[in-house]
Ligand binder design. Structure first.
Ligand code: SAM
Ligand code: CA
Length: 215
């Protein structure tokens, strides 16, 4: 569920294949992931190009990623980091992150990515407060609010968090959708809008990114 549901297939194809900058390695990882049954979890190419620009714009050096899958998003952010930058990448799947590691090595960014194979909540509990510049949250949706509270403590003031899939295919805007994941994301969108600890805006690219900046 990474494609923007409001774009036609033609425009989506144009954005992804014609105007989005991607290395050959990124493209091959995207293609390999697109052959998996779980391919709907892959982040879109234009979204990752955007997050890579954001990483550079904010001069981020220390990043937390929650939900790594086959490593496409971590790869894009690692390529945007300076040589002394680091990503702590959280996931629970050895199978999927083994794919990631092959591509990180090939791209020369394996040293920048510290993969933690454990439930993200456990990993977050081991990290130092106010020591991160940027976070990308893209794992189990019902746990997003818990991740938010933990990550907010780990971010320095002025640091940012990008939450993925915050439109959830449009389900958050449909009151008849009352499953656990939809409700969790809908409640979090409302909470972030009113949360005085952050500045927040919804970006309607891909499946919706809620971008917040810690005050
Ligand atoms: N960011 C990835 C990308 O751009 O390709 C996609 C991440 S995918 C949507 C979600 C990932 O979260 C899966 O790889 C899954 O194994 C992981 N995950 C699910 N529950 C988790 C948990 N409790 N802790 C850490 N990772 C978890
Ligand atoms: Ca996602």
């Amino acid at each position: 569920m990474s494609k923007n549901p409001f774009l036609s297939d033609e425009v989506d194809h144009y954005v992804t294949e014609t105007v989005t900058r991607e290395t050959d390695i990124q493209k091959r990882l995207r293609e390999e992931t697109n052959r998996l049954p779980q391919r709907q979890m892959l982040t879109s190419a234009d979204q990752m190009a955007f997050l890579a620009v954001l990483v550079r714009l904010t001069n981020a050096k220390r990043i937390i990623e929650i939900g790594t899958f086959t490593g496409y998003s971590a790869l894009a952010m690692a390529l945007a980091l300076p040589d002394d930058g680091k990503i702590i990448a959280c996931d629970i799947s050895k199978e999927w992150t083994d794919i990631a590691k092959r591509y990180w090595l090939e791209a020369g960014v394996a040293d920048k990515i510290d993969l933690r194979l454990a439930p993200a909540a456990e990993t977050l509990a081991t990290l130092e407060a106010e020591s991160f510049d940027f976070a990308f949250i893209d794992a189990d949706k019902a746990a997003y609010d818990g991740y938010y509270e933990s990550v907010l403590k780990l971010l320095r003031p002025g640091g940012a968090i990008a939450f993925d899939n915050m439109l959830w295919g449009g389900a958050v805007a449909d009151p008849s959708e009352q499953d656990t994941q939809t409700r969790a994301l809908r409640n979090l969108n409302a909470k972030l809008r009113d949360d005085e600890r952050v500045d927040a805006c919804m970006l309607t690219i891909a499946d919706g990114i809620m971008l917040v900046r810690k005050r």
